[in-house]
Design a binder for this molecule. Structure first.
Ligand code: GDP
Ligand code: IMO
Ligand code: MG
Length: 427
């Protein structure tokens, strides 16, 4: 039985939650391997909408064990609230497993995230303000606090003193803020210890044992390929590795264990926050995509920037992630357009580029080269088989597939769990 990684192939919000949920009861474990509550994954089941930020989407599938891996950064207050809110809606969250090695986000991380954005002014990243970057910075600087630390007060105090010493100089002397009191943070973190304890374990061991036993494990990415700190549009990225390789690091499994890698792509493109976006539409079409596609952030409520499908990015994502499949979402949103442009290459300073250029400067100068496809002008949200789609929609899908570097395993035609067209089984 397979190990499947699901990754965003654009700039996030492609519908990873829905794609993960599609695997349904055939999956035994659903593992988040990076990111934190900057993510917002929306799943609609029987008309009821769930927005998940830290919990893996598998929590909504009976029998599936949700796992938060070592690569995730956890705001424990947000996690516990999310669990309670789901429990209040009748969802059982008691199966959750949390890695003892995952790092914790403290309120001081969100404070630093927000003030450092303010200091960047026009060059700001447009972060979610959830403290993600500062928490990962502490992890890499070896100043992070891990979940396992909250169970040992002596160690916790020692580590917090180390973590807050430099930060307090920064907060007071550079940012003109109040310093953070070690005792306050100690109380904050210790307060989570009892609530977290039943869920905390060596998740890498659990996941490897499950794979040894032939069980099916899905590694659910947050954010996306173009937001990857190594391979995305740096510095306008998140501070983790959403790409498929990140699943091995962030869950503690070897690369030889992964069988399938599914990239999720929207039938057009969106981006939240700052940074280059070659196919962005700043005109009426962009506004129409935003309204028809309801492109407003699940986490921050911000307007998403909208543009046409970019096959250069899809090909890049196919390569960087080693995609075996693509899951295409939101095809239904394009029903209104008579003519649909697809970016097939870039023109950069008068030269055609079929692949992402080497430097950031070139990418900032990239102008899309479009091919145009006839629209289908009808509602396809009731289609459940490829043959049900109008001929022009079929042509659009086949063209994207040919341009994007991996075969499509399914197509989303609406937000609902049932609103999909399966093409190739994953399990
Ligand atoms: P994620 O972060 O990648 O999980 O994506 P989000 O949940 O942030 O954003 C995707 C949005 O599109 C959500 O509101 C989904 O309910 C919705 N969605 C997903 N797939 C489809 C689809 O095929 N059609 C339509 N109309 N909506 C979809
Ligand atoms: P999901 O999992 C879209 C963006 C932010 C900002 C940049 C850095 O729902 O697809 P951060 O707070 O991570 O330091 O912000 O990354 N960003 C996302 N954009 N979807 C997301 O998650 C995102 N998570 C972060 O807007 O540009
Ligand atoms: Mg999202």
């Amino acid at each position: 039985m397979p190990a499947i990684v699901i990754v965003g192939a654009q700039w996030g919000d492609e519908g990873k939650g829905k794609a993960t949920d599609q695997l349904g009861e055939s999956i035994d474990y659903c593992v988040r391997y990076q990111g934190g509550n900057n993510a917002g994954h929306t799943i609609v089941v029987d008309g009821v909408r769930y927005a998940l930020h830290l919990l893996p989407s598998g929590v909504l599938t009976p029998g599936c064990i949700p796992v938060i891996g070592n690569g995730v950064v956890i705001d424990a207050g947000v996690l516990l609230d999310e669990m309670k809110a789901l429990a209040d809606r009748g969802i059982d969250t008691s199966r959750l497993l949390i890695s003892a090695n995952a790092h914790l986000i403290g309120s001081y991380h969100s404070t630093i995230d927000k003030v450092s954005e303010r200091f960047l002014g026009k060059s700001k990243i447009g972060t979610t303000g959830r403290g993600i970057g500062p928490a990962y910075a502490d992890k890499i600087s070896r100043l992070g606090i891990r979940v396992g630390d909250v169970f040992d007060e002596k160690i916790l105090r020692q580590k917090l003193e180390g973590a807050l010493d430099q930060k307090n100089h920064l907060l007071v002397k550079v940012y003109n803020r109040r310093s953070v009191d070690v005792d306050d943070v100690l109380v904050e973190f210790k307060g989570y210890a009892e609530a977290l304890r039943p869920y905390v374990t060596d998740t890498s061991r659990v996941v490897n044992t499950a794979l040894d036993a032939g069980q099916t494990v899905v590694f659910e990415g947050a954010q996306a390929t173009m937001l990857d700190v190594d391979h995305g549009t740096y510095p306008f990225v998140t501070s983790s590795n959403p790409i498929a390789g990140g699943a091995c690091v962030g869950a503690g499994v070897g690369p030889t264990r992964i069988d399938r890698v599914v990239g999720v792509v929207k039938a057009y493109t969106t981006r939240v926050g700052s940074g280059p976006f070659p196919t962005e539409l700043l005109d009426a079409d962009g506004e129409r995509l935003r309204q028809v596609g309801a492109e407003f952030g699940t986490t921050t409520g911000r307007e998403r920037r909208c543009g046409w499908y970019d096959a250069v990015i899809a090909r890049f994502a196919s390569r960087i992630n080693g995609l075996t499949d693509l899951f295409l979402t939101k095809l239904d949103i394009l029903g209104e357009w008579e003519r649909i442009p697809v970016c097939v290459a870039y023109e950069i300073d008068g030269v055609r580029h079929d692949e992402i250029p080497m430097t950031q400067t070139e990418f900032h100068h990239a102008k899309p080269v479009y091919e145009f496809f006839d629209g289908w002008g009808e509602d396809i949200s009731g289609c459940r088989a490829f043959a049900d789609l109008p001929a022009n929609a079929q042509r659009y899908v086949r063209a994207l597939e040919e341009l994007s570097g991996a075969p499509f395993c399914g197509i989303g035609v609406g937000p609902g769990r049932e609103q999909s067209i399966p093409l190739r089984p994953l399990v």
